[in-house]
Design a protein around this ligand. Structure first.
Ligand SMILES: *Cc1c(COP(=O)(O)O)cnc(C)c1O
Length: 374
C-alpha cells in the first residue's frame, strides 16, 4: 500500500506537490558511475547498500553498471529487492527470530542470499530454516572491526562460528564482514584512515586464524561512502558496501578530504521539496516539511541555494526558514529545495522518488523497502 505519487511525468518542478523526495538525476547518475569506475581498476567488487534507497529500480541501475549484488539491512528490504528482481543479496546484519529467518530462507528460492552472524543461536535458527525450505544460504561471520556494535572479536571466536556454519547442512561459510560504521563520519581524513587501519588489523588476524583452522575466507565485505578508499587500498577487502554515495547528505559534507577541503567524491543528488506556506513576520517563513518529511537523527537539514538561510524544525508538519531580517526572493506558495542531514532515514519517510532532469519530472519510482516493516 502506498500513497498518491506527488508528481506526474513531464511536470515542472514548481508543479510537484510537497513534501516530495527529489533525485536530481544528473548528479545521481554521475555518483553511480564514479564509484563503479573507481573500483573497476581494482580487484574489489561493489555491493552497494540498498538501505540508502530501498528501491529495486535503483538496485538494477547499480548492477547494470557492474555491482555484484546489493546489501540490505533488514529482511523486509531484502524481500523488496528480491521481489523486484534483484538476484544477489547480502543481509549485513544479524537476523533473529523463527519467522524472520524463515522469510529470509524462502528468499533463497529466488535469489543468492547471504547473511551475517555473530552468535550460535543465529546459526541454529538459520540451519532449521534452510532445511525446512530446502535451500542453501551463505553465511558471513560479522567481526567487530572496532566499532563495538555487533560482531565477534577477531581470531578464535570467528573460527568457532565458521566451523559451526561449515558443519550445518544448507549453510556455507562465505567469509567475514568487517564494517566500521562510525568511522564513515569521522571528519578528518587521517582519522578515517586510522580507523580503517584498525579494521584491517582485525581482518588480517582473522584470516590468519581461519587459515590455520583450514577454512578459506572467500569474502571480506565492508567499507562505506566515507572510507571506501582505505578498504580498497588495503588489499584485504573483496567488496565495498557503500550506500550513501548515490545521494549524499549534509552530514557527509562535513567530512574533510586529505587537504582539509570538503569531502567531494560525490555530489548532492537527494533533496526534499517543500512549499513556503506562511510568512508571518520578517524573521521567518514557514514550510510544510517538518520532522515527518526530514529526519533529524544526525542533525538539522540545510537549505539549498538560499544564501545560507538556516532551516529549523517547527513540528511534525512544519519547517522554519530563519530569515534573521535578511530579504529573500521568496513568497508564500514558492517551493524550495532542502538538503537532508541523513539520506537513509529521510528516504525511509517516503513512498516515491521523483526523478528530475533539467527542471522537469523524468521518473516517479516507488520505494517498496521503506517504512517500519520487520
Ligand atoms: C550503512 C551501512 C553501509 C553503508 O554506509 P554509507 O555510509 O551509507 O555508505 C555499509 N555497510 C553496513 C553494514 C551498513 O550498515
Amino acid at each position: 500500500m502506498t500513497t498518491r505519487p506527488p508528481a506526474d511525468l513531464g511536470m515542472a518542478l514548481e508543479a510537484v506537490d510537497t513534501p516530495a523526495l527529489l533525485i536530481e538525476l544528473d548528479p545521481f547518475e554521475e555518483n553511480l558511475r564514479r564509484l563503479q569506475d573507481y573500483l573497476s581498476g581494482t580487484s574489489v567488487n561493489l555491493r552497494p547498500h540498498g538501505k540508502a534507497h530501498k528501491c529495486p529500480i535503483i538496485g538494477h541501475m547499480q548492477i547494470a553498471q557492474g555491482a555484484v549484488g546489493l546489501c540490505c539491512q533488514k529482511v523486509s528490504e531484502a524481500e523488496a529487492m528480491v521481489f523486484g528482481g534483484i538476484a544477489d543479496i547480502l543481509v549485513t546484519n544479524e537476523i533473529v527470530g523463527a519467522r524472520k529467518v524463515a522469510r529470509l530462507a524462502s528468499l533463497a528460492r529466488r535469489a543468492r542470499i547471504a547473511v551475517c552472524v555473530d552468535n550460535p543461536l543465529q546459526i541454529a535458527q538459520l540451519g532449521e530454516a534452510v532445511e525446512a525450505a530446502g535451500v542453501e544460504i551463505r553465511v558471513l561471520v560479522d567481526v567487530n572491526a572496532d566499532m563495538n556494535r555487533c560482531g565477534v572479536e577477531p581470531g578464535a571466536p570467528v573460527v568457532h562460528l565458521a566451523q559451526a556454519i561449515d558443519k550445518a547442512k544448507g549453510l556455507t561459510f562465505g567469509g567475514i564482514q568487517a564494517y566500521h560504521g562510525t568511522s564513515q563520519h569521522f571528519r578528518g581524513h587521517d582519522e578515517r584512515a586510522a580507523a580503517i587501519k584498525g579494521a584491517c588489523a582485525v581482518v588480517e588476524k582473522t584470516i590468519e586464524a581461519l587459515k590455520k583452522a583450514g577454512l578459506a575466507c572467500a569474502e571480506v565485505s565492508g567499507g562505506g561512502t566515507g572510507t571506501y578508499e582505505f578498504e580498497v587500498a588495503s588489499g584485504l577487502f573483496t567488496e565495498i558496501q557503500a550506500g550513501s554515495y548515490i545521494f549524499m547528505d549534509h552530514d557527509y559534507t562535513l567530512n574533510k578530504d586529505k587537504d582539509g577541503s570538503t569531502f567531494q567524491d560525490f555530489q548532492q543528488s537527494l533533496f526534499v521539496l517543500a512549499t513556503v506556506i506562511s510568512h508571518p513576520g520578517p524573521d521567518r517563513m514557514v514550510t510544510d516539511a517538518g520532522t515527518k518529511a526530514l529526519s533529524v537523527d544526525t542533525g538539522l537539514p540545510v537549505t539549498h541555494d538560499l544564501g545560507g538561510i538556516e532551516y529549523k524544525m517547527a513540528g511534525d508538519e512544519h519547517g522554519k526558514l530563519m530569515l534573521g531580517g535578511n530579504s529573500v526572493d521568496l513568497s508564500v506558495g514558492d517551493k524550495i529545495k532542502v538538503v537532508p542531514n541523513h539520506c537513509d532515514t529521510t528516504v525511509m519517510l517516503y513512498d516515491w522518488f521523483v526523478g528530475m532532469r533539467g527542471g522537469r519530472v523524468e521518473s516517479v519510482w516507488p520505494i517498496p523497502g521503506r517504512g517500519e516493516t520487520q
